[in-house]
Design a protein. Structure first.
Lengths: 115, 115
């Protein structure tokens, strides 16, 4: 089946720097994309989402970019803090009218913050 | 308001046994989805329930089943457990309106170990 993947399993950044986490998806019919953050021992936490009719969406210290031409999604975290250390997952969703497909998750990128 | 509650947090079972996991969604949420998380396969969609009806199902064998009660609480059952069923089982609560994944809140999960 089609799946959402990530480029790097681990990303190490200096505290205070900006982080960019990338994700490639394969289902061109997906119309909704979500980034989740999962800390150790916890369930995934919703960060930000974007619909397929948008290219960019900003939240607090986070920005999601969507490039439908190359089927690429990225999450940018500004001024990375120790609390940002976690595994980040991208997920896609295709709402299929009367039915509802579940979220398809990527493998995850472990963001490590260096002091 | 209270978040998504999953019980138990940890469970150890023997091969061949069956297990039932419970999920209480956020008050007012009518959609409950279940996911399996393993290091090898990542997060995979099991099924979704809305108003006591299974709306969608992922690609898992029939040993995995679920149900939802009138108060939106959900249970999932795994019969004839196999070693490969060892995983973190996550429940996600959603209002049920709009695209799947919108406002989806995850519980902390049930860590199932099959020995």
């Amino acid at each position: 089946g089609e799946s959402v993947g990530l480029h790097l399993p681990t990303l190490s950044v200096q505290e205070g720097d900006n982080s960019i986490i990338n994700c490639a998806y394969s289902n061109s019919a997906s119309d909704y994309f979500i980034w989740y953050k999962q800390e150790s021992g916890k369930g995934p936490q919703f960060i930000i989402d974007i619909r397929s009719n948008m290219d960019k969406r900003q939240g607090q210290r986070v920005t999601v970019l969507l490039n439908k031409t190359v089927k690429h999604l990225s999450l940018q975290i500004a001024a990375t803090q120790p609390g940002d250390s976690a595994v980040y997952f991208c997920a896609e969703n295709m709402y299929s009218g009367g039915g509802a497909d579940g979220l398809t998750f990527g493998k995850g990128t472990h963001l490590i913050i260096q002091p | 308001k209270a978040g998504v509650t999953q019980t138990p947090r940890y469970l150890i079972k023997t091969r061949g046994q069956q297990v039932t996991l419970s999920c209480s969604p956020i008050s007012g949420h009518r959609s409950v989805s279940w996911y399996q998380q393993t290091p090898g396969q990542g997060l995979q969609f099991l099924f979704e329930y809305f108003s006591e009806t299974q709306r969608n199902k992922g690609n898992f064998p029939g040993r995995f089943s679920g149900r939802q009660f009138s108060n939106s609480r959900s249970e999932m059952n795994v019969s004839t457990l196999e070693l490969g069923d060892s995983a973190l089982y996550l429940c996600a609560s959603n209002s049920g309106r709009g695209p799947r994944g919108t406002e989806a809140f995850f519980g902390q999960g049930t860590r199932l170990t099959v020995v």
